[in-house]
Design a protein around this ligand. Structure first.
Ligand code: ATP
Ligand code: MG
Length: 455
C-alpha cells in the first residue's frame, strides 16, 4: 500500500496514534473461501440489499449478522450499511421509517422483521488536522458525546467495536470484506477491539459490557490487550445514562448464557456499576446463590425457546440487596412487613440511579417480592386470594428458585405446585390439613425498650 494511504488509513483508526500504530488492510474473501450462502439470509434483508444495489448504492450486510452467519449461527437480526443517506433509503422503501434525531437510521419493516439500515459513518476526530470538527466530540473522560459524521466504508468499519463485528457481506459478488483482520480473529475465536483498547473503552464504556456479552454468548476469548484495561476502567460505566444500562443488562442476561455472563461481569468488576447495592450486599456476606439459580433457570428457559421477563430478572438480581436492607431495618426494630416495604422502596430508589427500571417492570418486581411473604400464609381464604393474584405465577416461580438455591427449606413450593393442580374440593382438603397441623402461634418476641441515657 502506498505510504500516504497507510497514513491516511491509520489516522482513521481510533486511538491508533497513542500506542503502536495499527495498520489494517482491506481484504476480500471470495465465495469459495467462506461458508455464507444466500439461502442463510432472510428474504427481507436480501430485498433491501438488492434494491439499494439496483438503485446505484453500495450496500452490505454488516455486524452481528455476518459474524453469526460465518459461525454457522442463526443471526438475531440483519443490519445493513450503505452509502445512501437515510433520506435516500427512506425514499426507496415505502415500508420504512426514519429513526433518531442527530444520527438518523432507517428501519425497513417487513411484518415482524425489521431491517436496520445505517449510512456509513466516519471517525472525523481521528483525522489529525481536523481539530475544528465539531460533530465528533469527546468529554473529559474520553467519552464519545457525538458520533454523527458520514464516512466511507473503511471508516465505517474502523469505528465499529470488535474486529469480528466489522465484516461486510456483499450480495453482488458474495464476497466478505474485512478491514480489520476480523476473519482471522473469528477463526481464532477472539474478541479484539479495533484500535487502542483504552481509548475505545473511554469513548464508549458500554463496549466493556459488549465484550463480556459476546465472550459469554460466542464462547470467545477476550484477546489480552482488549482484556487488560477492563477491570480498571469498569467504573467509567457510571457515566452512562441509566436507561442505556438498563437495555444492556437485558441484553446481557437474555442471550441464553446468563450464568457465564454473571461470572465474567463479577470477574471484571463490571457488576458493581450495574448493581451497586447487590455487589455491596454480597461483599458483606449475603449469598448470591439465588441469582445464580435464577440465571440457570433463565438460560434453560431460553434454550427451550421461552421468554424471560425483565421484572423476574431484576427481582433476582436485586434480591441480595433487598435481603440485606430488609434485615437491617428489622434489626433496627421495624416489624417485618413495614421493614420489607421500606426496604423495597430504598432498593429500587438506589437501583434506578444505576440502571433505570421502567415502571411497567418495577411494579411487578415489587409484587413478586411482596408475595414472598404471602405465600407461606395460606389459611382461610388467603391461599385463594394469593392464587388469583396476577403476579402469582412469577412469585411462585421465584419461590421455587429460592428453594432450589437453598435459601429456604423446600416444601412450600411443592405445596403450591399441588394446590394449583387440584379442584376446589381437593384444595379445601389441603387447606384443612394445613390448619390441623399448623404449629401453635408463637408468641411475638418483643424487643426490650431502648434505654436512653439520661439527659
Ligand atoms: P447482536 O447479535 O447482539 O445483535 P451485534 O454485533 O449485531 O450483536 P448490535 O448491537 O446489533 O450488535 O450492533 C450492530 C453493530 O454495530 C455491531 O456489530 C458493531 O459493528 C456496531 N456497534 C454496536 N455497538 C457499538 C459500539 N458501542 N461501539 C462500536 N460499534 C458498535
Ligand atoms: Mg445486531
Amino acid at each position: 500500500m502506498p505510504k500516504r494511504l497507510v497514513d491516511k488509513l491509520r489516522s482513521f483508526i481510533p486511538g491508533s496514534g497513542k500506542k503502536k500504530p495499527l495498520v489494517y488492510q482491506r481484504r476480500e474473501i471470495p465465495r469459495d473461501q467462506h461458508n455464507v450462502s444466500r439461502s442463510m439470509i432472510s428474504e427481507p434483508a436480501k430485498k433491501v440489499l438488492h434494491r439499494l444495489n439496483k438503485s446505484g448504492y453500495e450496500a452490505y450486510l454488516v455486524g452481528g449478522g455476518v459474524r453469526d452467519l460465518l459461525l454457522n449461527g442463526n443471526p438475531k437480526d440483519f443490519d445493513i450499511a450503505t452509502n445512501a443517506t437515510p433520506e435516500e433509503v427512506h425514499d426507496l422503501f415505502r415500508n420504512s421509517r426514519l429513526i433518531g434525531r442527530r444520527f438518523r437510521i432507517v428501519h425497513v419493516v417487513f411484518g415482524r422483521e425489521v431491517i436496520e439500515v445505517t449510512t456509513f459513518r466516519g471517525n472525523a476526530s481521528q483525522v489529525e488536522d481536523d481539530s475544528d470538527d465539531d460533530d465528533r466530540k469527546t468529554s473529559e473522560h474520553g467519552l464519545l458525546l457525538r458520533d454523527n459524521v458520514y464516512g466511507n466504508q473503511e471508516e465505517d468499519a474502523l469505528r465499529r467495536d470488535f474486529t469480528v463485528n466489522a465484516l461486510y457481506y456483499c450480495i453482488r459478488d458474495f464476497t466478505i470484506v474485512d478491514f480489520a483482520n476480523g476473519i482471522e480473529d473469528l477463526r481464532n475465536r477472539q474478541l479484539r477491539l479495533i484500535g487502542d483498547p483504552e481509548t475505545r473503552y473511554r469513548e464508549d464504556p458500554v463496549r466493556m459490557l459488549r465484550a463480556i456479552r459476546f465472550a459469554a454468548k460466542l464462547g470467545f476469548d477476550i484477546e489480552p490487550e482488549t482484556e487488560a484495561p477492563i477491570q480498571e476502567l469498569a467504573p467509567l460505566l457510571t457515566h452512562i445514562p441509566a436507561a442505556r444500562l438498563f437495555d444492556e443488562v437485558l441484553k446481557l442476561f437474555s442471550a441464553g448464557h446468563g450464568e457465564a455472563t454473571y461470572d465474567l461481569l463479577t470477574r471484571y468488576n463490571l457488576l458493581a456499576p450495574l448493581f451497586p447495592e447487590t455487589v455491596r450486599a454480597i461483599e458483606a456476606g449475603e449469598p448470591d446463590e439465588l441469582i445464580r439459580q435464577a440465571l440457570r433457570n433463565t438460560d434453560a428457559r431460553i434454550a427451550q425457546g421461552k421468554s424471560v421477563t425483565p421484572y423476574f430478572l431484576f427481582a433476582a438480581m436485586l434480591w441480595p440487596a433487598l435481603q440485606a436492607e430488609w434485615r437491617r431495618r428489622q434489626d433496627n426494630g421495624d416489624p417485618v412487613q413495614p421493614a420489607l416495604h421500606s426496604a423495597i422502596g430504598r432498593v429500587i430508589g438506589q437501583q434506578v440511579q444505576a440502571t433505570s427500571i421502567p415502571k411497567r417492570f418495577s411494579g411487578p418486581m415489587k409484587e413478586i417480592w411482596e408475595l414472598q411473604m404471602r405465600l407461606p400464609r395460606r389459611q382461610g381464604k388467603r391461599a385463594f386470594v394469593t392464587l388469583s393474584h396476577p403476579r402469582f405465577r412469577a412469585a411462585y416461580d421465584f419461590l421455587l428458585v429460592r428453594e432450589a438455591s437453598g435459601e429456604i427449606e423446600p416444601g412450600l413450593g411443592t405445596w403450591w405446585t399441588d394446590f394449583q393442580k387440584l379442584d376446589e374440593r381437593g384444595q379445601e382438603r389441603m387447606l384443612s390439613e394445613l390448619s390441623s397441623d399448623a404449629p401453635k402461634k408463637r408468641r411475638r418476641r418483643r424487643k426490650p425498650p431502648v434505654k436512653r441515657p439520661a439527659q
